[in-house]
Design a protein around this ligand. Structure first.
Ligand code: ADP
Ligand code: GLC
Length: 483
């Protein structure tokens, strides 16, 4: 089953691909893991939809794009759905952007129904057909989350593809999003055998669950941290789906994410006022001043600067943050938030900014350059997640010498240890999922910040961590080979 020279051929099937399309960490992983796999000797290629604006960003980045002579075609809902294949090489990894009407709308729908789910099913089928256009046949497909979960389902239960054969790894980045929709007209339109709508396959409490189908159908399932791999087998974490995951646990493993350490690098980052490193932190002090200024605070403030870059959703612990708002001015710290998401969280943060202008500033929106200034200029990075499959933000923060303050859950637990633990850790942690737990950790962090020697040692430990993909890419490579 191996390609030329024994290299495993892997097609990465992803609906986000940073820096050209990204909503959260899935985009970062898709943008950096294939490059690490390539360096580890895997023949990896990527296929991703050309959502609106994606090809403009590819072109603006200076990459050369070529349109392949043939289009890729798939049959869905009794129609031929075809797409133009636009190829670019990103750090020696071939990436195929599929351009078609199906990918002309918003990237992710707020509401999933037959109409809004269709682009994701079409994308998976076009990924299965891509080998005809490329004259390159993958040994296996590597899919991610519910948005490419249709692919392993098709390999198992589609009228045509189940007889074609193919192997598939599915990575669970976030089990909270499962791709649940009504049975009809989806089952009929998708070409899945009607008998796959049963509780051992796609059916989930009377509806279709794409992620469940993928977990059952895939040859291997991975998730993005060892701790999350354990948590999702429990009812407390994953409710009804936990039984399915528990049953499939023999093919489940947790492989910790890395970050793109070339991109997230304070020594070369073009978005910060002055570059810096663990040895020379002058640039960090400059970024701090600049951030305080942008936030409307006194740039010479000596109070610890707590930053947070996040999707504004319940997962990230905003119920804890919002119920602690009134306590923040008494802590002796400044807070800067950057994020977008649920309107009720956006409104609450912006009202808090109006109420406490000397303590809190909220930047609404998704802003890549500004996020770099927060990572670089902060002293403490706040991430009190209710659950966290892996979390990249805390790793990025540590690389920029911003000490994370996190809840001990999922990948946060696998990457951050408490400063007061024996031997000294790289951040501050708390366990209970409530505002009191978070405030307890914040008070400790603020008190420790006053001790410059202690803080310098803590920050140095955080910056010394290895957050690269090197180790984890080899674990994926081994997994591919065992398949
Ligand atoms: P998740 O994928 O659950 O959102 P991660 O920590 O894995 O969480 O990854 C989040 C990624 O998205 C990080 O790269 C973070 O910097 C980025 N991000 C989140 N919100 C914003 C924002 N408002 N502006 C810029 N970048 C953001
Ligand atoms: C998801 C998770 C996050 C993880 C990211 C990349 O968005 O919420 O914890 O880091 O995927 O795997």
């Amino acid at each position: 089953m191996r390609g030329v020279g024994g290299r495993t051929r892997v097609l990465f099937v992803t609906t986000e691909y940073a820096p050209f399309s990204k909503v959260g960490g899935l985009g970062d992983v898709a943008g950096s893991l294939p490059q690490a796999l390539h360096r580890a000797g895997v023949d990896v290629r990527v296929v991703t939809p050309a959502w609106p604006g994606v090809l403009d960003r590819v072109s603006a980045s200076g990459l050369r794009m070529t349109v392949l002579p043939e289009r890729v075609c798939a049959a869905y809902d009794w129609r031929v759905r075809d797409a133009e294949v636009v190829k670019a090489e990103v750090a020696d990894v071939p990436v195929y952007f599929l351009r078609a009407e199906d990918y002309g709308g918003d990237m992710y729908p707020w509401h999933l129904d037959f109409r809004t789910a269709s682009p994701f099913a079409v994308f998976c089928m076009q990924a299965l057909e891509l080998f005809r256009v490329l004259k390159w046949t993958p040994d296996l497909y590597h899919c991610h989350d519910w948005t490419s979960a249709f692919l392993p389902c098709a390999l198992a239960w589609h009228r045509h593809y189940r007889t074609v054969g193919g192997r598939c790894v599915v990575t669970l980045h976030n089990v909270a999003y499962q791709g649940i929709l009504e049975r009809e007209p989806f089952m009929e339109a998708s070409g899945l055998e009607p008998w796959s709508f049963n509780m051992e396959a796609m059916e989930f409490y009377g509806r279709v669950n794409l992620l469940k189908g993928a977990i059952v159908a895939a040859n291997a399932v991975t998730t993005v941290s060892p701790r999350y791999a354990q948590e999702i087998q429990t009812y407390e974490s994953t409710r009804e789906l936990s039984g399915v995951i528990y049953k499939q646990r023999r093919k489940l493993s947790g492989i910790l994410n890395g970050i793109d350490t070339r991109y997230w690098n304070p020594e070369t980052d073009p978005h910060i006022p002055e570059r810096f490193s663990a040895k020379n932190l002058r640039g960090k002090a400059q970024a701090r001043e600049e951030l305080l200024r942008r936030a409307g605070f006194d740039p010479r403030s000596k109070e610890p600067l707590v930053v947070c870059v996040s999707r504004l959703v319940e997962q990230k612990g905003f119920s804890l943050i919002l119920s602690a708002l009134d306590a923040l001015p008494g802590l002796g710290a400044k807070f800067v938030f950057l994020g977008s998401g649920h309107g009720w969280i956006e409104n609450a943060l912006s009202q808090a900014g109006d109420r406490f202008p000397d303590t809190l500033r909220f930047f609404r929106g998704y802003d890549e350059p500004l996020s770099h200034l927060l990572y670089a200029g902060g002293d403490i990075f706040l991430m009190p997640s209710v659950f966290e499959p892996c979390g990249l933000s805390q790793m990025i923060a540590m690389r920029y010498g911003t000490v994370p303050l996190v809840r001990e859950v999922g990948g946060l637990r696998d990457t951050v240890t408490d400063a007061d633990a024996p031997g000294g850790g790289n951040g501050f942690t708390f366990q209970t999922c409530d505002a009191a737990g978070m405030l307890w950790a914040l008070r400790r962090a603020v008190a420790r910040f006053g001790d410059a020697e202690y803080w310098n040692a803590l920050r140095a430990r955080a910056m010394a961590g290895d957050f690269s993909w090197d180790r984890s890419a080899l674990l994926y490579k081994d997994l591919y080979q065992t398949l």
